[in-house]
Design a protein around this ligand. Structure first.
Ligand code: HSO
Ligand code: ZN
Length: 430
């Protein structure tokens, strides 16, 4: 693998060369998606049917024929091989347990003048979950997107997934049943995002759209943002490992592969102060790579964006990691608790050599929808809070309103807003 030295003069530029821009600045994608959204807005369902015919080779007369009934979802779950059903159920249970901890309470306080101020949380009413088709169609992502919505109390979770040629992935259907998806439609692409954002005869308009997708889906989410909420625009997956040599080099190699196998643009980095250990990880990478089913994707990802980086010490590794703000950060060190205080930006932090990222991807409990491309500097993992909105509560009493009205009146007059001033002044009563 590529070797870099964190102390070399050209380190910053070498690292920058491994970045991918967050925004696909592709004018073609942008205008194609804008046309599709405008067409769905103008013609509604006939347009959606046409795109589904063209892109998914599915010819039906009405979108309601593409709705998967609740019975079909439940049947997919009950017909799953026992081992898969048990694993999916266990994962769903653990994801739910974790996300229940994120539920927070309304609060309020008395200001001592007789007024009560507070904050109230309410769930979003209706949410759309986009599930990609093809090789990036992950049942685990169905759980990760829909379970927090259900825990938040969303009344209607609508899932959309393209089913080219009519093939319905039973694991995806089963995951939808387990996660509590209320309705599912077999549509995909920018047209499905537009349908969710705008509503059509059969597909109800949602308040927020979450879930991963290809360039067209990501661009469509970007374009409908504002009319509806969106979660985040996910870039290629990333893993950054800070290692002190505590783990077998093979473990490190396989952890790097586990992200690299997602995508040729995925990024896998390992930072370590020990040159001999870096050597051993590199040898393990070369030894194990030919055995991997997705070796071509892994190789491409490692060549394009991967690196083994020698650092001065572990604190230096932490500083580099903070600058990158990786999606997944493994602290593969003997004392991860001692290292944790040095970390200030990462989507998910895996503590110690037994906490490999794959466990977090499927079943540890925390969400695997995480900020990428350095956006962990300001974004958080997908969570229950993404499916709730806050309202402020202002409850003034007759006598409590008086001192506030005096303040408001002065400020309103300063802004020359007479109606504000008079509205406040009317509350100044003995
Ligand atoms: N690691 C991916 C999520 C995933 N992994 C789904 C396996 N299945 C998010 O970065
Ligand atoms: Zn993964």
């Amino acid at each position: 693998m590529r070797r870099l030295n964190g102390d070399s003069a050209d380190f910053e530029s070498a690292l920058a060369a491994l970045e991918v821009p967050m925004d696909s600045d592709d004018g073609d994608v942008r205008s194609t998606v804008a046309d599709i959204i405008a067409d769905i807005e103008r013609r509604g369902e006939p347009a959606l049917l046409e795109y589904t015919r063209r892109f998914d080779q599915l010819d039906v007369d009405a979108i309601c024929e593409l709705e998967v009934s609740r019975e079909e979802l439940e049947r997919a779950l009950s017909e799953l091989p026992g081992e898969q059903r048990d694993a999916l159920s266990e994962a769903a249970k653990r994801i739910e347990t974790f996300h229940r901890k994120q539920l927070s309470d309304d609060w309020s306080y008395d200001d001592g003048l007789g007024n009560r101020l507070g904050q109230r949380l309410t769930p979003l009413r209706r949410v759309g979950v986009y599930v990609p088709g093809g090789k990036a169609s992950y049942p685990s992502s169905v759980l990760m997107n829909a379970i927090p919505a259900r825990v938040a109390g969303v009344s209607e979770i609508i899932m959309v997934a393209p089913t080219p040629g009519g093939y319905r992935n039973p694991l995806v259907l089963a995951a939808a049943a387990l996660a509590g998806v209320h309705r599912m439609f077999c549509v995909g692409g920018a047209q499905a995002v537009a349908a969710l954002a705008l509503g059509t005869t059969a597909i109800p308009r949602v308040d927020k759209i979450v879930g991963p997708g290809n360039r067209f889906v990501a661009e469509a989410k970007r374009q409908v943002f504002g009319r509806v909420g969106i979660d985040m625009i996910a870039g290629p997956s990333e893993i950054l490992i800070i290692a002190d040599g505590s783990a077998a080099p093979e473990w490190m190699a396989m952890d790097l592969f586990s992200q690299a196998e997602h995508d040729e643009s995925a990024q896998a980095l390992l930072l370590c102060p020990d040159a001999a250990y870096i050597e051993a990880v590199d040898a393990a990478v070369e030894r194990l790579l030919p055995q991997m089913e997705r070796s071509a994707i892994i190789r491409a990802s490692l060549d394009k964006r991967g690196a083994l980086i020698q650092t001065r010490d572990i604190a230096h590794a932490a500083a580099i990691s903070n600058a990158l703000a990786p999606e997944h950060l493994e602290l593969a060190v003997a004392d991860p608790e001692a290292l944790l205080p040095l970390i200030d930006a990462a989507g998910a932090i895996f503590m110690g050599i037994h906490s490999c990222e794959a466990l977090g991807d499927y079943c540890a409990g925390p969400n695997h929808v995480l900020p990428t491309s350095g956006s962990a500097r300001f974004f958080s993992p997908l969570g229950v809070y993404d499916f709730q909105k806050r309202s402020s509560i202002i409850h003034c009493s007759a006598q409590g309103a008086v001192p506030l009205a005096r303040v408001a009146q002065v400020l309103a007059e300063g802004e020359s807003l007479t109606a504000h001033a008079r509205s406040a002044a009317m509350r100044i009563v003995d």
